[in-house]
Ligand binder design. Sequence first.
Ligand code: NAD
Ligand code: DAU
Length: 357
Amino acid sequence: MKTILVTGGAGFIGSNFIRYVFEKSGFKGRIVNLDKLTYAGNQENLSDVAREYEGRYVFVKGDICDYALLGRLFKKHRFDAVAHFAAESHVDRSIFGPKDFVETNIHGTFALLEAARRAWPGRRDVRFHHVSTDEVYGSLGRTGKFKETTPYAPRSPYSASKASSDHLAMAYHHTYGLPVTISNCSNNYGPYHFPEKLIPLVVLNALEGKPLPVYGDGNQVRDWLYVEDHCAAIWLVMRRGRPGGTYNVGGGSEKRNIDVVKGVCAALEELLPSAENPALKGRGYADLITFVKDRPGHDRRYAIDFGKLRRELGWKPSVSFAEGLRRTVAWYLANPEWVRSVKTGEYRKWLQKNYRR
Ligand code: NAD
Ligand code: DAU
Protein backbone atom coordinates (compact mmCIF):
# COMPACT_ATOMS: atom_id res chain seq x y z
CA MET A 1 0.00 0.00 0.00
CA LYS A 2 1.39 3.37 -1.06
CA THR A 3 -1.46 5.83 -0.57
CA ILE A 4 -4.35 5.21 1.78
CA LEU A 5 -7.58 7.16 1.90
CA VAL A 6 -8.76 7.25 5.51
CA THR A 7 -12.28 8.60 5.98
CA GLY A 8 -13.31 10.03 9.35
CA GLY A 9 -9.68 10.23 10.41
CA ALA A 10 -10.32 13.24 12.65
CA GLY A 11 -12.60 11.20 14.91
CA PHE A 12 -11.74 8.95 17.83
CA ILE A 13 -10.71 5.66 16.21
CA GLY A 14 -9.67 7.14 12.85
CA SER A 15 -7.16 9.50 14.48
CA ASN A 16 -5.74 6.70 16.62
CA PHE A 17 -5.50 4.56 13.47
CA ILE A 18 -3.56 7.19 11.49
CA ARG A 19 -1.16 7.68 14.40
CA TYR A 20 -0.76 3.90 14.75
CA VAL A 21 -0.04 3.39 11.04
CA PHE A 22 2.59 6.14 10.90
CA GLU A 23 4.26 5.38 14.22
CA LYS A 24 3.95 1.64 14.74
CA SER A 25 3.31 -0.24 11.49
CA GLY A 26 6.38 0.48 9.39
CA PHE A 27 4.20 2.03 6.65
CA LYS A 28 6.26 4.28 4.35
CA GLY A 29 3.54 5.79 2.17
CA ARG A 30 1.00 8.62 2.39
CA ILE A 31 -2.34 8.99 4.11
CA VAL A 32 -5.10 11.30 2.92
CA ASN A 33 -7.60 11.96 5.69
CA LEU A 34 -11.03 12.96 4.37
CA ASP A 35 -13.23 14.27 7.17
CA LYS A 36 -16.24 16.57 7.26
CA LEU A 37 -15.32 17.79 10.76
CA THR A 38 -18.74 17.28 12.29
CA TYR A 39 -19.09 17.95 16.02
CA ALA A 40 -17.13 14.69 16.55
CA GLY A 41 -14.22 15.51 14.24
CA ASN A 42 -11.31 17.48 15.61
CA GLN A 43 -8.11 18.28 13.74
CA GLU A 44 -6.36 18.70 17.07
CA ASN A 45 -6.56 14.92 17.42
CA LEU A 46 -3.79 14.79 14.83
CA SER A 47 -1.82 18.01 15.32
CA ASP A 48 1.29 15.99 16.31
CA VAL A 49 0.96 13.74 13.24
CA ALA A 50 0.43 16.71 10.90
CA ARG A 51 3.70 18.22 12.19
CA GLU A 52 5.73 15.04 12.29
CA TYR A 53 4.62 13.54 8.96
CA GLU A 54 4.26 16.70 6.87
CA GLY A 55 4.18 15.69 3.20
CA ARG A 56 3.04 12.15 4.00
CA TYR A 57 -0.13 13.25 5.81
CA VAL A 58 -2.75 15.26 3.92
CA PHE A 59 -5.99 16.55 5.41
CA VAL A 60 -9.02 17.22 3.21
CA LYS A 61 -12.14 18.73 4.71
CA GLY A 62 -15.10 17.19 2.90
CA ASP A 63 -18.13 14.96 2.94
CA ILE A 64 -18.05 11.28 1.95
CA CYS A 65 -21.48 11.82 0.37
CA ASP A 66 -19.90 14.21 -2.19
CA TYR A 67 -19.44 12.03 -5.31
CA ALA A 68 -17.64 14.72 -7.30
CA LEU A 69 -15.10 15.29 -4.53
CA LEU A 70 -14.49 11.55 -4.15
CA GLY A 71 -13.92 11.21 -7.91
CA ARG A 72 -11.39 14.06 -7.86
CA LEU A 73 -9.56 12.64 -4.85
CA PHE A 74 -9.28 9.14 -6.33
CA LYS A 75 -7.96 10.64 -9.59
CA LYS A 76 -5.48 12.96 -7.92
CA HIS A 77 -4.04 10.65 -5.26
CA ARG A 78 -4.36 7.23 -6.97
CA PHE A 79 -5.27 5.49 -3.71
CA ASP A 80 -4.55 1.82 -3.45
CA ALA A 81 -6.44 1.35 -0.18
CA VAL A 82 -9.40 2.82 1.68
CA ALA A 83 -9.91 2.60 5.43
CA HIS A 84 -13.47 3.75 5.92
CA PHE A 85 -14.18 5.05 9.43
CA ALA A 86 -16.41 8.08 8.72
CA ALA A 87 -19.80 7.67 10.33
CA GLU A 88 -22.27 9.10 12.73
CA SER A 89 -21.33 6.89 15.66
CA HIS A 90 -23.40 7.68 18.74
CA VAL A 91 -26.43 5.50 19.48
CA ASP A 92 -28.21 8.13 21.63
CA ARG A 93 -27.96 10.74 18.87
CA SER A 94 -29.38 8.24 16.38
CA ILE A 95 -32.43 8.01 18.63
CA PHE A 96 -32.87 11.82 18.79
CA GLY A 97 -32.20 12.31 15.06
CA PRO A 98 -31.66 9.35 12.72
CA LYS A 99 -31.45 11.34 9.45
CA ASP A 100 -27.72 12.11 9.57
CA PHE A 101 -27.08 8.44 10.27
CA VAL A 102 -28.88 7.37 7.12
CA GLU A 103 -27.11 10.08 5.11
CA THR A 104 -23.54 9.47 6.21
CA ASN A 105 -23.55 5.81 7.15
CA ILE A 106 -25.61 4.50 4.23
CA HIS A 107 -25.42 7.07 1.43
CA GLY A 108 -21.84 8.02 2.32
CA THR A 109 -20.65 4.41 2.26
CA PHE A 110 -22.46 3.88 -1.02
CA ALA A 111 -20.76 6.95 -2.56
CA LEU A 112 -17.36 5.73 -1.43
CA LEU A 113 -17.95 2.22 -2.78
CA GLU A 114 -19.02 3.71 -6.12
CA ALA A 115 -15.93 5.92 -6.27
CA ALA A 116 -13.69 2.94 -5.52
CA ARG A 117 -15.44 0.72 -8.07
CA ARG A 118 -15.03 3.35 -10.79
CA ALA A 119 -11.41 4.08 -9.91
CA TRP A 120 -10.34 0.43 -9.60
CA PRO A 121 -12.03 -1.56 -12.44
CA GLY A 122 -10.89 -5.20 -12.29
CA ARG A 123 -8.06 -4.49 -9.82
CA ARG A 124 -7.14 -7.10 -7.23
CA ASP A 125 -4.10 -5.29 -5.77
CA VAL A 126 -6.23 -2.76 -3.87
CA ARG A 127 -8.28 -2.92 -0.68
CA PHE A 128 -11.51 -1.33 0.59
CA HIS A 129 -11.72 -1.84 4.34
CA HIS A 130 -15.04 -1.02 5.97
CA VAL A 131 -14.93 -0.40 9.74
CA SER A 132 -18.09 -1.64 11.41
CA THR A 133 -19.57 -2.59 14.73
CA ASP A 134 -20.75 -5.60 16.73
CA GLU A 135 -24.08 -3.77 17.18
CA VAL A 136 -25.23 -5.08 13.78
CA TYR A 137 -25.80 -8.44 15.49
CA GLY A 138 -28.38 -7.08 17.96
CA SER A 139 -28.55 -8.02 21.62
CA LEU A 140 -27.45 -11.21 23.43
CA GLY A 141 -29.06 -13.00 26.38
CA ARG A 142 -27.00 -14.14 29.36
CA THR A 143 -24.84 -16.52 27.33
CA GLY A 144 -23.26 -16.80 23.89
CA LYS A 145 -21.07 -14.58 21.74
CA PHE A 146 -21.38 -12.91 18.35
CA LYS A 147 -19.68 -14.87 15.58
CA GLU A 148 -19.19 -13.77 11.96
CA THR A 149 -22.05 -16.16 11.12
CA THR A 150 -24.51 -14.63 13.63
CA PRO A 151 -27.51 -13.26 11.68
CA TYR A 152 -27.79 -9.48 11.55
CA ALA A 153 -30.49 -8.06 13.88
CA PRO A 154 -29.78 -4.34 14.40
CA ARG A 155 -32.08 -2.59 16.87
CA SER A 156 -31.17 1.13 16.85
CA PRO A 157 -31.13 3.58 13.94
CA TYR A 158 -27.33 3.67 14.33
CA SER A 159 -26.87 -0.10 14.14
CA ALA A 160 -29.44 -0.40 11.34
CA SER A 161 -27.49 2.16 9.30
CA LYS A 162 -24.20 0.33 9.95
CA ALA A 163 -25.81 -3.00 9.02
CA SER A 164 -27.01 -1.46 5.73
CA SER A 165 -23.53 -0.20 4.97
CA ASP A 166 -22.02 -3.62 5.73
CA HIS A 167 -24.45 -5.24 3.29
CA LEU A 168 -23.64 -2.68 0.59
CA ALA A 169 -19.90 -3.19 1.06
CA MET A 170 -20.21 -6.95 0.79
CA ALA A 171 -22.56 -6.63 -2.19
CA TYR A 172 -19.85 -4.62 -4.00
CA HIS A 173 -17.45 -7.48 -3.40
CA HIS A 174 -19.79 -10.20 -4.64
CA THR A 175 -21.25 -8.22 -7.54
CA TYR A 176 -18.32 -6.19 -8.81
CA GLY A 177 -15.34 -8.05 -7.38
CA LEU A 178 -14.25 -5.05 -5.26
CA PRO A 179 -11.66 -6.36 -2.76
CA VAL A 180 -13.65 -5.54 0.39
CA THR A 181 -12.96 -6.55 3.98
CA ILE A 182 -15.13 -5.71 7.00
CA SER A 183 -14.29 -5.67 10.69
CA ASN A 184 -17.09 -5.72 13.30
CA CYS A 185 -15.70 -4.47 16.58
CA SER A 186 -16.93 -4.10 20.15
CA ASN A 187 -16.77 -0.95 22.33
CA ASN A 188 -13.50 0.94 22.07
CA TYR A 189 -12.02 3.26 24.67
CA GLY A 190 -8.79 5.23 25.00
CA PRO A 191 -7.25 8.64 24.16
CA TYR A 192 -9.20 11.17 22.03
CA HIS A 193 -12.54 9.48 22.82
CA PHE A 194 -15.31 12.04 22.43
CA PRO A 195 -17.00 12.80 25.78
CA GLU A 196 -20.52 11.83 24.79
CA LYS A 197 -19.59 8.14 25.14
CA LEU A 198 -19.71 6.41 28.51
CA ILE A 199 -16.07 6.27 29.62
CA PRO A 200 -14.88 9.79 28.69
CA LEU A 201 -18.20 11.28 29.84
CA VAL A 202 -17.78 9.68 33.25
CA VAL A 203 -14.13 10.75 33.54
CA LEU A 204 -14.87 14.38 32.73
CA ASN A 205 -18.09 14.63 34.77
CA ALA A 206 -16.34 13.08 37.76
CA LEU A 207 -13.48 15.59 37.57
CA GLU A 208 -16.04 18.42 37.68
CA GLY A 209 -18.09 16.86 40.50
CA LYS A 210 -21.09 16.34 38.18
CA PRO A 211 -23.49 13.35 38.25
CA LEU A 212 -22.28 10.17 36.54
CA PRO A 213 -25.35 9.00 34.58
CA VAL A 214 -25.92 5.24 34.49
CA TYR A 215 -28.81 4.19 32.23
CA GLY A 216 -31.48 1.90 33.69
CA ASP A 217 -30.16 -0.65 36.18
CA GLY A 218 -26.56 -0.46 34.90
CA ASN A 219 -26.45 -4.22 34.31
CA GLN A 220 -26.05 -3.98 30.52
CA VAL A 221 -22.86 -5.64 29.36
CA ARG A 222 -20.37 -4.37 26.79
CA ASP A 223 -17.11 -5.96 25.63
CA TRP A 224 -14.35 -3.32 25.92
CA LEU A 225 -11.28 -3.05 23.69
CA TYR A 226 -8.41 -0.57 24.01
CA VAL A 227 -8.44 1.51 20.82
CA GLU A 228 -4.86 0.78 19.78
CA ASP A 229 -5.62 -2.94 19.76
CA HIS A 230 -8.52 -2.22 17.40
CA CYS A 231 -6.21 -0.19 15.13
CA ALA A 232 -3.73 -3.09 15.02
CA ALA A 233 -6.55 -5.46 14.06
CA ILE A 234 -7.76 -3.19 11.25
CA TRP A 235 -4.25 -2.80 9.87
CA LEU A 236 -3.79 -6.57 9.89
CA VAL A 237 -7.11 -7.24 8.18
CA MET A 238 -6.39 -4.56 5.55
CA ARG A 239 -3.11 -6.18 4.64
CA ARG A 240 -3.72 -9.87 5.19
CA GLY A 241 -7.46 -10.40 5.46
CA ARG A 242 -9.19 -12.37 2.73
CA PRO A 243 -11.11 -10.19 0.23
CA GLY A 244 -14.78 -10.76 0.94
CA GLY A 245 -13.95 -11.66 4.55
CA THR A 246 -15.54 -10.26 7.68
CA TYR A 247 -13.67 -10.36 10.99
CA ASN A 248 -15.03 -9.86 14.49
CA VAL A 249 -12.79 -7.86 16.81
CA GLY A 250 -13.27 -7.81 20.59
CA GLY A 251 -11.53 -7.36 23.89
CA GLY A 252 -12.55 -10.59 25.63
CA SER A 253 -13.46 -8.14 28.38
CA GLU A 254 -17.16 -8.18 29.19
CA LYS A 255 -18.17 -5.67 31.86
CA ARG A 256 -21.45 -4.42 33.30
CA ASN A 257 -21.83 -0.67 32.79
CA ILE A 258 -22.04 -0.05 36.53
CA ASP A 259 -18.70 -1.83 36.98
CA VAL A 260 -17.12 0.24 34.23
CA VAL A 261 -18.26 3.42 35.95
CA LYS A 262 -16.97 2.19 39.32
CA GLY A 263 -13.70 1.25 37.59
CA VAL A 264 -13.30 4.80 36.26
CA CYS A 265 -13.96 6.17 39.77
CA ALA A 266 -11.33 3.83 41.24
CA ALA A 267 -8.75 4.83 38.61
CA LEU A 268 -9.45 8.50 39.32
CA GLU A 269 -9.11 7.97 43.08
CA GLU A 270 -5.69 6.48 42.40
CA LEU A 271 -4.46 9.18 39.99
CA LEU A 272 -6.17 12.29 41.41
CA PRO A 273 -7.76 11.47 44.79
CA SER A 274 -11.16 13.11 45.28
CA ALA A 275 -9.92 14.47 48.61
CA GLU A 276 -7.46 16.63 46.59
CA ASN A 277 -10.06 17.75 44.02
CA PRO A 278 -11.92 20.86 45.25
CA ALA A 279 -14.81 20.22 42.80
CA LEU A 280 -15.74 17.12 44.81
CA LYS A 281 -16.41 19.10 48.01
CA GLY A 282 -15.55 16.17 50.27
CA ARG A 283 -17.43 13.51 48.27
CA GLY A 284 -15.79 10.49 46.66
CA TYR A 285 -16.05 10.08 42.86
CA ALA A 286 -18.30 7.03 43.27
CA ASP A 287 -20.77 9.15 45.30
CA LEU A 288 -21.62 10.92 42.02
CA ILE A 289 -23.08 7.77 40.41
CA THR A 290 -26.70 8.50 39.46
CA PHE A 291 -29.13 6.02 37.90
CA VAL A 292 -31.15 7.73 35.14
CA LYS A 293 -33.87 6.82 32.64
CA ASP A 294 -32.85 3.97 30.35
CA ARG A 295 -31.92 4.36 26.67
CA PRO A 296 -34.92 3.35 24.50
CA GLY A 297 -34.39 -0.13 23.02
CA HIS A 298 -31.17 -0.48 25.02
CA ASP A 299 -29.30 -3.62 23.91
CA ARG A 300 -28.67 -5.78 26.97
CA ARG A 301 -25.45 -7.60 26.24
CA TYR A 302 -22.69 -7.70 23.63
CA ALA A 303 -19.86 -10.24 23.57
CA ILE A 304 -17.53 -11.00 20.70
CA ASP A 305 -15.98 -14.25 19.53
CA PHE A 306 -12.79 -13.09 17.79
CA GLY A 307 -11.53 -16.67 17.21
CA LYS A 308 -11.47 -16.27 13.42
CA LEU A 309 -9.15 -13.26 13.59
CA ARG A 310 -6.92 -15.05 16.08
CA ARG A 311 -6.76 -18.29 14.08
CA GLU A 312 -6.41 -16.77 10.58
CA LEU A 313 -4.28 -13.71 11.28
CA GLY A 314 -2.85 -14.25 14.77
CA TRP A 315 -4.44 -11.18 16.40
CA LYS A 316 -5.37 -10.90 20.06
CA PRO A 317 -5.89 -7.95 22.39
CA SER A 318 -2.70 -6.85 24.16
CA VAL A 319 -3.99 -4.35 26.74
CA SER A 320 -6.06 -5.52 29.73
CA PHE A 321 -9.12 -3.50 30.73
CA ALA A 322 -7.54 -2.45 34.04
CA GLU A 323 -4.38 -1.22 32.30
CA GLY A 324 -6.29 0.42 29.43
CA LEU A 325 -8.61 2.25 31.79
CA ARG A 326 -5.68 3.52 33.84
CA ARG A 327 -3.92 4.76 30.67
CA THR A 328 -7.13 6.39 29.47
CA VAL A 329 -7.86 8.23 32.70
CA ALA A 330 -4.21 9.33 32.88
CA TRP A 331 -4.46 10.65 29.29
CA TYR A 332 -7.52 12.80 30.10
CA LEU A 333 -5.78 14.17 33.19
CA ALA A 334 -2.69 15.02 31.13
CA ASN A 335 -4.61 16.73 28.29
CA PRO A 336 -6.84 19.47 29.72
CA GLU A 337 -6.29 21.64 26.61
CA TRP A 338 -7.76 18.96 24.36
CA VAL A 339 -10.71 18.57 26.72
CA ARG A 340 -11.29 22.32 26.72
CA SER A 341 -11.16 22.53 22.92
CA VAL A 342 -13.64 19.66 22.53
CA LYS A 343 -16.02 21.06 25.10
CA THR A 344 -16.03 24.61 23.78
CA GLY A 345 -16.73 23.64 20.16
CA GLU A 346 -19.85 22.25 18.52
CA TYR A 347 -20.21 19.72 21.31
CA ARG A 348 -21.01 22.35 23.91
CA LYS A 349 -23.72 23.79 21.70
CA TRP A 350 -25.22 20.34 21.29
CA LEU A 351 -25.01 19.67 25.01
CA GLN A 352 -26.81 22.90 25.82
CA LYS A 353 -29.60 22.02 23.40
CA ASN A 354 -30.04 18.31 24.06
CA TYR A 355 -28.40 17.12 27.21
CA ARG A 356 -31.24 16.42 29.58
CA ARG A 357 -29.55 14.35 32.27
P1 NAD B 1 -16.39 9.38 15.85
O1 NAD B 1 -17.80 9.84 15.95
O2 NAD B 1 -15.44 9.69 16.94
O3 NAD B 1 -15.72 9.94 14.50
C1 NAD B 1 -16.40 9.95 13.28
C2 NAD B 1 -15.62 10.84 12.32
O4 NAD B 1 -16.28 10.81 11.06
C3 NAD B 1 -15.55 12.30 12.76
O5 NAD B 1 -14.24 12.80 12.59
C4 NAD B 1 -16.52 13.01 11.80
O6 NAD B 1 -16.17 14.36 11.55
C5 NAD B 1 -16.39 12.14 10.56
N1 NAD B 1 -17.57 12.22 9.69
C6 NAD B 1 -18.87 12.09 10.06
N2 NAD B 1 -19.67 12.24 8.99
C7 NAD B 1 -18.87 12.44 7.93
C8 NAD B 1 -19.10 12.63 6.53
N3 NAD B 1 -20.34 12.66 6.03
N4 NAD B 1 -18.03 12.80 5.72
C9 NAD B 1 -16.77 12.77 6.22
N5 NAD B 1 -16.49 12.61 7.51
C10 NAD B 1 -17.52 12.44 8.36
O7 NAD B 1 -16.50 7.82 15.59
P2 NAD B 1 -15.53 6.63 16.10
O8 NAD B 1 -15.98 6.21 17.44
O9 NAD B 1 -14.14 7.01 15.86
O10 NAD B 1 -15.97 5.49 15.08
C11 NAD B 1 -15.31 5.34 13.82
C12 NAD B 1 -15.91 4.15 13.07
O11 NAD B 1 -15.75 2.97 13.87
C13 NAD B 1 -17.41 4.27 12.80
O12 NAD B 1 -17.66 3.76 11.52
C14 NAD B 1 -18.06 3.42 13.88
O13 NAD B 1 -19.29 2.90 13.43
C15 NAD B 1 -17.01 2.33 14.04
N6 NAD B 1 -16.95 1.68 15.36
C16 NAD B 1 -16.84 2.43 16.50
C17 NAD B 1 -16.72 1.78 17.74
C18 NAD B 1 -16.55 2.57 19.02
O14 NAD B 1 -16.57 1.96 20.10
N7 NAD B 1 -16.40 3.89 18.98
C19 NAD B 1 -16.72 0.38 17.80
C20 NAD B 1 -16.87 -0.34 16.60
C21 NAD B 1 -16.96 0.32 15.40
O1 DAU C 1 -20.36 -1.85 20.38
C1 DAU C 1 -19.71 -0.94 19.53
C2 DAU C 1 -20.35 0.42 19.64
O2 DAU C 1 -19.93 0.97 20.90
C3 DAU C 1 -19.97 1.36 18.50
O3 DAU C 1 -20.47 0.83 17.30
C4 DAU C 1 -20.55 2.76 18.73
O4 DAU C 1 -20.10 3.64 17.72
C5 DAU C 1 -20.05 3.26 20.08
O5 DAU C 1 -20.62 4.52 20.37
C6 DAU C 1 -20.41 2.26 21.18
O6 DAU C 1 -21.85 2.22 21.38
P1 DAU C 1 -22.49 2.15 22.84
O7 DAU C 1 -23.89 2.63 22.78
O8 DAU C 1 -22.27 0.81 23.45
O9 DAU C 1 -21.52 3.20 23.60
P2 DAU C 1 -21.83 4.29 24.71
O10 DAU C 1 -20.50 4.74 25.24
O11 DAU C 1 -22.77 5.34 24.23
O12 DAU C 1 -22.55 3.45 25.85
C7 DAU C 1 -21.92 2.35 26.48
C8 DAU C 1 -22.93 1.75 27.45
O13 DAU C 1 -23.11 2.67 28.53
C9 DAU C 1 -24.30 1.53 26.85
O14 DAU C 1 -24.86 0.35 27.40
C10 DAU C 1 -25.11 2.75 27.29
C11 DAU C 1 -24.48 3.09 28.64
N1 DAU C 1 -24.45 4.53 28.98
C12 DAU C 1 -23.98 5.41 28.05
C13 DAU C 1 -23.93 6.75 28.33
C14 DAU C 1 -23.45 7.75 27.32
C15 DAU C 1 -24.82 4.94 30.25
O15 DAU C 1 -25.21 4.11 31.11
N2 DAU C 1 -24.75 6.26 30.54
C16 DAU C 1 -24.33 7.20 29.63
O16 DAU C 1 -24.34 8.42 29.94
